[in-house]
Design a protein. Sequence first.
Length: 141
Amino acid sequence: MLSRLLDHPYFDLPPPKSLDRNDFSAEAVQALSLEDGAATLSMYTVETIRRASGFLPEAPRRWLVTGGGRRNPYLLSSLQQALGSPVDPTERAGIDGDALEAEAFAYMAVRCLRGLPLSGPNTTGVRAPQTGGRVSLARAA
């Protein structure tokens, strides 16, 4: 199952690259038990990160994990083993892992309001820097 999931051509493409949320589905693991599904998706996460690290110019000395996965000791230890470097939740670097995504979206929202690029050739491979989003202001009642 894991091999089939990792067979997606995206993983062999060099960066910059980007995916849409519809590029993958949970269908592949729906027939698995809860335990097997969780283990498969955990190892899928580990392996995709390990493969992506091969595109970096040099190996990071430390990896910081945010999101819900940072609370999963199995995931963190598996990442550390696969990557050969320390893997820590963002809190160990003084970063609030619960606020990081909201802060990133706030940063992008301000850039959007100011007409500044959110994406560029070095991040997602677009030809030129791109603004994003659409501003919809609420009307007074």
